[in-house]
Design a protein around this ligand. Structure first.
Ligand code: IVH
Length: 700
């Protein structure tokens, strides 16, 4: 190609324009210091658009024209973070900050009298944590925090954020991950809500929700219109040309890479410095262009950070010092009862609307009846309401002097306000619960999700979104409906939102496959309150078949259990051998819950339908009489090849039992690397200790 080759010229000009446009973007969105007029910027942008339209082969994903978003996706892929995205420990009180500094000094060996620790301090952005990966200076992927280990790939949406560089300047490390927060500036939030209002669309409660909703758009063109901002506060990279020594240098470095960082970032000394910064930012909070919910303290030296390390999922070198939750005064107009997705009844105060913590609050949770009594909330009361971050608003206390005459005391209803099933009180939890189970519409979605979950009936692909649609469209009400072949056909499923023909076929196949299950999984899947996997296995072992379980007389069983338990006490005193207690491991509360569930005709109906529609149980592979059968195991430490769950599954499949703590009843302790106190206990009690090889030998 020669210099006057029109394609080469176009490519050259496109490159020039991109650099120039991105430079203006950086000046405008990051530095807040534009050097051209909007009209001039638009001219450059349109020239690039025209060039790319003429030469589509020149379009690159990091061209500024691509920031307008593109093709809508069906779902987000998941991304495993190269290093986990951790959370921060929180503090609200001065004493907690002092304790943090004390601990840091102790672990670093810094003597208070001589020295203070240097801390990097910055605002705690109230947005969403994001990790951005750049390879050879180009943005290749961006993900949400998710559970800290895997997040969602939202690259297409992130590309639309003007303050986020799509290309790093020359000389940037070949591989680098920049971490920070995506948020919506208050001004952009207000503009968005005005626009939403004009279009009669849903208003967002606060900038954080607006940012989250915008970032999770499957259509990036929508995200592009929302004006999000990215602030960087950290990075992951092993191969920097000049190693960095402090967090402050990290901040300066990402700034050089053209990222936006908070101008409020600073370095202070010791507790006095931390608390001074907290106060200073607290005073500035309202005038900042974005919402914050506190400040973050990080030990400045990176070597010291490394030395301090992590506990569970939070670094020991950092602390989030949160601002107190906001409070406001309102009046209780009524007390409603909501039925949660697990059947728990929650009293909720209906309030005179009040603006608190950035949103208008009309409801506040009273948690449970004990709280209603302790706080002594009556209908008509004037109350103090609190809201912190994304937490549900709550009633903090009542102003008793303002109680009107004849204010009504609140009582929990005897029947579920949604399905009219009987309500039971769970003594140990101060909770009231609807006994409707599978029948109660409020619990349907949760019940179906649980039924389909991996450790229950294991219906692959039947997740949140699908269950939501199936229930909302009245296609499925109970788990038995899933197996109704007339209802859930490939055609009906394929007609749902975001459901391709192929996925519909997969779902139908997954449902069919799940018909072959085991009794223990089935019992667990029913979602009977208190019946976890362990209890389901005990029930299976005891009854052997579903019919026997359905026929059981629970009163009689309870009575027999009690009799044998009492008898055993006597036998023990006389040194006689103890008798086996039926359903050992299932206490009276659990027995009651199972009995209650099985008493309800609608629950039995669902079970009958499930069986009629082809659910069958394979024999549980419980080897009778093997070396492991009936033996009690405790696992401790890390085994060389078997994971915990795997080892447990193998032992149980062979008829053994795995418990959490060592006692005289333990037959074997299986110890791996770094076994702890359980090993000591085993030796103390003379329990046999074996390793993985020993276990495998026992299992044959
Ligand atoms: S540092 C290992 N710095 O707080 C520490 N986080 O509770 C990683 N956050 O998920 C986080 N502002 O979303 C850090 N200046 C800041 C922050 C910040 C807000 C958020 C972030 C994270 C959460 C942790």
């Amino acid at each position: 190609m020669t210099a006057d080759d029109p394609r080469a010229q176009a490519a050259h000009r496109a490159n020039e324009l991109r650099a120039e446009i991105e430079n203006h973007n950086h000046r405008y969105y990051v530095l807040d210091d534009p050097s051209v007029t909007d009209a001039e910027f638009d001219r450059l942008f349109r020239e690039l658009q025209a060039l790319e339209a003429q030469h589509p082969e020149l379009v690159t994903p990091d061209s500024p024209t691509q920031r307008v978003g593109g093709v809508a996706a069906a779902a987000f892929d998941s991304v495993t973070h190269s290093q986990p995205m951790l959370s921060l420990n929180n503090a609200f009180e001065v004493e907690e900050v002092e304790a943090f500094d004390r601990r840091v000094r102790e672990l670093l060996g810094v003597d208070k009298l001589e020295n203070e620790v240097d801390y990097a301090v910055e605002p705690k952005f109230d947005g969403l944590a994001i990790s951005l990966r750049y390879e050879q200076g180009r943005l290749v992927s961006g993900a949400t925090r998710g559970d800290g280990y895997t997040g969602e790939d939202v690259t297409a949406n992130l590309r639309t954020i003007p303050s986020l560089p799509l290309r790093l300047p020359e000389g940037a490390p070949p591989l680098i991950e920049v971490r920070g927060e995506v948020l919506m500036l208050r001004a952009d939030f207000e503009r968005l809500n005005r626009q939403q209002q004009a279009q009669d669309a849903k208003l967002f409660a606060n900038p954080r929700n607006a940012a989250a909703g915008s970032l999770r758009q499957l259509d990036s063109a929508i995200t592009a219109q929302r004006r999000l901002t990215f602030f960087a506060y950290g990075l992951v990279s092993d191969n920097l040309q000049q190693p960095l020594d402090s967090h402050q240098q990290v901040i300066d470095f990402v700034k050089k890479l053209k990222f936006k960082v908070a101008p409020e970032c600073a370095v202070v000394q010791g507790v006095a410095g931390l608390l001074g910064y907290y106060r200073q930012i607290g005073l500035k909070r309202e005038s900042l262009p974005y919402d914050i919910d506190g400040v973050v303290y990080k030990v400045n030296s990176l070597a010291a950070q490394q030395k301090l390390g992590f506990v569970s999922r939070a670094p020991r070198f950092a602390l989030a010092h949160k601002f107190p939750a906001e409070e406001a005064v309102s009046v209780v107009l009524g007390i409603d009862v909501q039925v949660g997705r697990t059947g728990a009844l929650t009293p909720v105060a209906r309030l005179e609307p009040v603006f608190v913590g950035g949103v208008t609050v009309t409801n506040a949770t009273l948690h449970n009846i004990d709280q209603v009594r302790t706080k002594d909330v009556h209908v008509g009361d004037t109350v103090i309401v609190r809201r912190a971050g994304d937490v549900i608003p709550e009633v903090v206390r009542v102003a008793p002097e303002k109680r009107p005459a004849g204010a009504q005391r609140f009582e929990m209803p005897g029947v579920c306000p949604v399905c009219q099933s009987r309500v039971e009180r769970i003594e140990s939890e101060a909770a009231y619960r609807c006994t409707g189970g599978l029948y109660c519409p409020a619990q349907r979605k949760q019940a179906l999700l649980h039924f389909a979950s991996r450790r229950a009936m294991d219906i692959e692909g039947l997740g949140d979104r699908l269950v939501e649609q199936l229930v909302d469209r009245g296609l499925v009400a109970t788990p038995a409906d899933l197996y109704d072949q007339q209802r859930l056909t490939v055609e009906t499923l394929a007609a749902l939102d975001r459901m391709a023909e192929k996925s519909a076929e997969n779902i139908v196949a997954a449902i069919a496959k799940s018909r072959h299950s085991t009794l223990a999984r089935f019992l667990f899947a029913l979602g009977i309150y208190h019946v976890g996997e362990e209890v389901a296995k005990i029930l299976t072992r005891h009854f052997g078949s579903l019919e026997a379980l359905l026929d059981a007389d629970w009163n009689q069983l309870n009575a027999e259990k009690e009799r044998i338990q009492k008898d055993n006490v006597k036998r023990k005193a006389k040194g006689l051998e103890l008798r086996d207690v039926p359903l050992a491991g299932i206490g009276p509360e659990i027995m009651g819950s199972i009995a209650n569930f099985l008493q309800q005709p609608h629950n039995r109906e669902v079970i009958t339908q499930l069986i009629q529609r082809g659910v069958v149980f394979a024999e549980e592979r419980v080897a009778a009489g093997g070396a492991v059968s009936g033996k009690v195991f405790v696992l401790t430490g890390t085994l060389p090849t078997l994971g915990r769950d795997e080892a447990k599954a193998k032992i149980e499949a062979a008829g053994g039992k795995v418990t959490g703590s060592v006692s005289k009843k333990t037959d074997y302790v299986v110890a791996g690397a770094e076994a702890g106190s359980k090993l000591d206990k085993a030796q103390e009690l003379g329990v046999e200790v074996i390793d993985e090889a020993g276990l495998l030998a026992l299992l044959g």
